[in-house]
Write a protein that binds this ligand. Structure first.
Ligand SMILES: Nc1ncnc2c1ncn2[C@@H]1O[C@H](COP(=O)(O)OP(=O)(O)OP(=O)(O)O)[C@@H](O)[C@H]1O
Length: 341
């Protein structure tokens, strides 16, 4: 578990003071993927750099698995940092070193033997999917491949925690998805705790278990990704949720498509934490001899299942339709009957 307690960072210049992180407190469970989202200037980068003391806190505490990071001497911190990997938006690779040599770098610093380095580097190359690229230089790699090197290097000393500073912000959407999939894979395979900062809500939606929303150096809202998606409270959170779900007015107005439905019932199905949305529809159609047509849907996948709503037309004998509705109501999907003939 990671405990962050009343953590602050004040940048002082000759004439002014800027509070970048303001008495921030958080708890992050071991093995989870925890996202911090905020707009530019919210203090995210400063916050994540305070965790491994790349930035020295002005006040407050950081504790990782019972060890007080903010209490360590410089020398002890240097050793401890081997347990805290970090990846960066612009990769921060050594350009004059090959892929293998970049990954080997933290192992050399830790004094690992040459033989062991060779073995470990090959394991890591395989883990991040870079086999065949061992002798390439960073300039010969795509953005996604460079970030894979960054990830392998961060994992070299088998850290317990991985800090990700806008790790996919410089990548195109497809490459972003493949790097996010790799992070989920690593989280599951190695049980690694991942803390990431981002300004993109789809990153949170796709891979995080819990999320904190940051504004002006403070956490203004936090919770499980599904809770925050389904009940955003603050305006800033609502705007981030809209990045992924669209604005309510972006959806074709209910009335306009309902008017086109000549027969049967129109149902609104609300999915929260549901893993079987498509399967449920076809299962109901088969089981109850009803026709089910999808009219409109906006469903997003999260680490804890699907979230969103689906409008369907259901046509069949009234009794059968009612049985089908009751069946759906027994799952975690909420059903609202919008119209019926
Ligand atoms: N070294 C520094 N000296 C002075 N002010 C700083 C320093 N680093 C950051 N700041 C200020 O602290 C505030 C928070 O910056 P930070 O980079 O942490 O925000 P952010 O949410 O990560 O934004 P971005 O995504 O744009 O980097 C900003 O007002 C920034 O100008």
């Amino acid at each position: 578990m990671i405990v962050i307690d009343q953590l602050s960072k004040i940048f002082k210049t000759a004439s002014s003071e800027l509070v970048a992180v303001d008495q921030l407190s958080l708890s992050i469970e071991k093995g989870e993927i925890f996202g911090v989202i905020g707009y530019s200037g919210a203090g995210k980068s400063t916050f994540i750099r305070l965790i491994n003391r790349l930035e020295e806190p002005t006040s407050g505490r950081v504790e990782i698995e019972g060890e007080l990071i903010t209490g360590l001497s410089k020398n002890a911190l240097r050793v401890k940092r081997q347990n805290i990997g970090m990846i960066f938006q612009h990769f921060n690779l050594l350009w004059s070193r090959t892929v293998s040599e970049n990954i080997a770098f933290p192992l050399e610093i830790a004094g690992v033997s040459k033989e062991e380095i060779e073995k470990r580097v090959q394991e890591l190359v395989d883990l991040v999917g870079l086999s065949g690229k061992e002798t390439s230089y960073p300039s010969q790699l795509s953005g996604g491949q460079k970030q894979r090197v960054g990830i392998a290097r961060a994992l070299a000393n088998r850290p317990k925690v991985l800090l990700c500073d806008e790790a996919t912000s410089a990548l195109d959407p497809e490459t972003t998805d493949s790097i996010l999939a790799l992070l989920v894979d690593i989280n599951k395979q190695l049980g690694l705790t991942i803390i990431l900062i981002t300004h993109e809500m789809h990153v949170i939606q796709k891979i995080c278990h819990n999320v904190a929303v940051m504004e002006a150096g403070r956490i203004v809202e936090q919770g499980s990704v599904l809770d925050v998606f389904s009940h955003p409270k603050k305006n800033v959170t609502k705007k981030f949720v809209e990045q992924v779900m669209g604005k309510p007015d972006d959806e074709v107005a209910e009335d306009s498509f309902i008017a086109t439905v000549a027969e049967g019932h129109v149902l609104k199905l609300q999915f929260i934490k549901e893993n079987t949305n498509q399967a449920l529809i076809s299962e109901v159609a088969k089981k109850f001899k009803v026709d089910v047509n999808i009219l409109q849907g906006n469903i997003k996948r999260t680490q804890e299942g699907a979230y969103g709503s689906l409008y369907v037309q259901m046509v069949g004998e009234e009794v059968t339709v009612q049985e089908a509705i009751q069946y759906i109501e027994q799952t975690s999907v909420e059903v609202e009957v919008i119209t019926h003939d």
